[in-house]
Design a protein around this ligand. Structure first.
Ligand code: WTA
Length: 659
């Protein structure tokens, strides 16, 4: 353990005691019986039937868990359709309830009742079918936060096609790589969208990707988001989305029944190698798990107005922005402009009477920065539950969130999960489990977590180690692949994450360092591998550093995050640490184009060298300590120990330079 981790843990030991849920919340919560944990343990895996029971099946699953470990199969003989579960069954009971309330960047509003959503999904499904999309085909979606995105996802699901959503902010190269890796049949994109006030041409980026991609697309469908604000012309194999749907207005497409183990979607994420890995999620296990956790952890019910501030381009937006809430049949607020103005949460909560709000610590920090006074003019009293995901939240930020967005007693669920896990695995149950600010909570009922050392042996409470899961869960991905290298889960034993066999059975390595306390609450300390999280976006350190090194005149770069989640890049330039005047800008531009805007470093420190071990490995841990202004560990193993002092003073100087 290094010094940084030790001081973090010592501070944790002095933090607040557990906070019990408020009685009035407990009384109405989806789960309020504390024996739920024991009942899951006693009847595992059968206990997971209650998750499957959140759905409507064409054929009820008789078997809960099958398959050969670690290629577990959940509800393998069950059959269902995801779009039926998220749309049709609510149309039967509540056709006029709002399903999606969309607010555009220019203040435009569009509302879809469940009946409207059904019509839109059916028309889009009929259009895709006309273009030749069949069950099992992959449709790649490169769209911003507009209603056509969830509609297209559900249209794919209706046809049994697999969607592959690529975050709209990713580059043409990233899209090309994902089009190829997923073997896409059709691409759906748009003319453009408003980005920081300007009309941004998304179509030209998609065009570049198509030139670079090797797959032979049957068609490219283009949504007209900007109207007159951006003119784009369509080629012979390009189809206007609006016209396509209009020609099928009123058509009903029979939902294609799927095996529970069939793919619902694939999502590419940054793995340890830097190459994007396709994470494949199932129709039955995944949907059961997200529906159950939306109900039990986020406590969402049909009468809520639920706001998930994550972009649908990432997994949180899939699980808790689309599938979970729509499976529950609630009203979802979808905000196109949120990423530009995360500090205006209170405004949105007030205007739309949001009752449940789910976001990331980065967003909460932007609110803290704006100050409590800025919230006072808004009424957030509609809020009854708050959630957070994606990074660790400090106890201070946790309390701020609860006091200023909540009413000081609102339950806050800190939820831990990953793209690969599909759904929440560690969190408190808001009506049952006491909360400990800064800790994500114990594993959910039915989930078994264990913190182990490098050799895989369990560590004592209070000692840090690697977080592993010792039993499968319904939302687990059914496979992962990088490029053409398609492997079933667990096939590659060399990965930092994924399943490994031990003397005590199979374990899933999460890639996170963590510490568990005497009560079984887990605190996440960070990643063991080279994956960075910033603004809720996950990317590999290698990709970020490669983008920086690609800038003319840059020789070497290392990136870390500080204790507030900001990215600090240490950069060595050819002119011996003296950057050119335009270097900062050039680096920011390169990162934005090659990686993603969220990866642009918050601070760039120019230095003459990076701290390295004798074997030439960059010591990122040490750089993180410098960024966090923490006591430095032993530097004697370094080949160039003198550089650490130089870097530390460069950081301090940089920090004291007025902006
Ligand atoms: C981190 C996002 C601390 C963790 C759903 C994990 C968290 C990675 C939390 C997955 C949390 C997620 N507290 N860290 N509550 N939730 N993480 O795939 O490092 O984008 O491995 O999925 O985010 O990121 P991903």
């Amino acid at each position: 353990m290094d010094e940084g981790e030790r001081s973090y843990l010592d501070a944790g030991a002095q933090r607040d005691d557990a906070i019990d849920p408020r009685t009035s919340f407990r009384e109405s919560a989806a789960v309020s019986d504390p024996t739920v944990y024991e009942r899951f343990t006693e009847t595992w895996p059968d206990a997971w039937r209650r998750a499957a029971a959140c759905l409507e099946w064409d054929r009820d699953p008789q078997t809960v868990l099958g398959g050969e470990p670690p290629a577990y199969e959940w509800f393998p003989d069950g059959r269902l359709n995801a779009a039926v579960n998220c749309v049709d069954r609510h149309v039967e009971t509540r056709p006029n309830q709002l399903a999606v309330r969309w607010v555009g960047r220019r203040g435009e509003q569009r509302s879809y009742t469940y009946a409207d959503l059904s019509r839109a999904v059916n028309a889009a499904a009929a259009g895709l079918r006309e273009l030749g999309v069949d069950a099992g085909d992959v449709v790649t979606l490169y769209l911003p936060m507009i209603p056509e995105l969830p509609v297209a996802m559900l249209a794919c699901a209706r046809l049994g096609a697999v969607h592959n959503v690529v975050f709209a902010g990713l580059s043409a190269e990233a899209l090309a790589a994902r089009l190829d890796a997923a073997d896409s049949t059709v691409l759906i994109t748009c003319d453009g969208y408003y980005r920081r006030g300007d009309a941004f041409n998304q179509k030209s980026r998609a065009d570049t990707a198509r030139v670079r991609s090797e797959v032979d697309l049957a068609a490219t469908v283009v949504v007209d988001r900007l109207g007159d604000a951006l003119e784009v012309s369509l080629g012979p194999d390009e189809v206007d989305y609006g016209a396509l749907c209009a020609s099928h207005e009123g058509t009903t497409v029979d939902p294609v029944t799927r095996r529970a183990t069939d793919r619902l979607f694939v999502m590419y994420t940054s793995g340890t190698t830097g190459q994007p890995t396709g994470v494949e999620h199932t129709t039955g296990g995944y949907l059961s798990h997200v529906a159950w956790t939306t109900r039990t952890v986020l406590d969402v019910r049909p009468t809520d107005t639920y706001f998930c501030a994550a972009d649908i381009g990432w997994v949180t937006g899939h699980s808790y922005g689309v599938y979970g809430p729509l499976a529950v049949g609630t009203t979802v607020l979808m905000d196109e402009g949120f990423s530009d103005t995360p500090d205006r949460i209170a405004e949105r909560i007030d205007r739309h009477d949001v009752t449940v709000f789910y976001t990331s610590p980065t967003t909460i920090r932007s609110l803290v920065k704006r100050g409590a006074a800025a919230l006072e003019e808004y009424d957030c009293s509609s809020i009854r539950l708050l959630g957070t995901v994606g990074e660790s939240i400090t106890p201070e930020t946790w309390h701020w969130y609860r006091d200023h967005v909540g009413d000081g007693e609102t339950p806050v669920v800190d939820t831990w999960w990953q793209t690969e896990t599909g759904a929440i695995l560690l969190a408190t149950l808001p009506g049952v489990t006491p909360m400990k600010p800064g800790a994500v909570g114990p594993p959910l009922p039915g989930i078994d977590a264990l913190v182990v050392d490098e050799d895989g042996d369990p560590v004592d409470p209070g000692e840090p180690g690697v977080l592993t899961l010792t039993a499968p869960w319904p939302g687990m991905c059914r496979g992962r692949h990088a490029g053409d290298d398609r492997t079933r889960t667990g096939d590659d034993r060399t990965r930092e994450t994924d399943w490994v066999e031990t003397d005590d059975g199979w374990r899933y390595r999460t890639g996170d360092r963590a510490v568990v306390d005497e009560d079984g609450y887990v605190r996440i300390l960070g990643r063991v591998d080279d994956v960075l999280k910033a603004s809720g976006t996950r990317f590999s350190v290698g990709t970020l550093e490669a983008a920086i090194v690609g800038v003319d005149g840059v020789v070497e770069a290392a990136a870390v995050t500080d204790d507030r989640g900001a990215i600090v890049a240490y950069v060595v330039t050819r002119s011996d640490g003296r950057p050119r005047a335009d270097h900062r800008e050039a680096i920011a531009a390169a990162v934005e184009t090659d990686v993603v805007a969220a990866a642009v470093p918050d601070q760039i420190v120019f230095t003459t060298d990076l701290p390295k071990t004798r074997s030439g490995k960059v010591m990122r841990r040490l750089l993180a300590d410098v960024a966090r202004d923490e006591a430095l560990g032993d530097v004697s193993a370094l080949r160039n120990p003198e550089i650490v002092g130089e870097i530390a003073s460069a950081v301090r100087e940089d920090a004291s330079t007025p902006e």
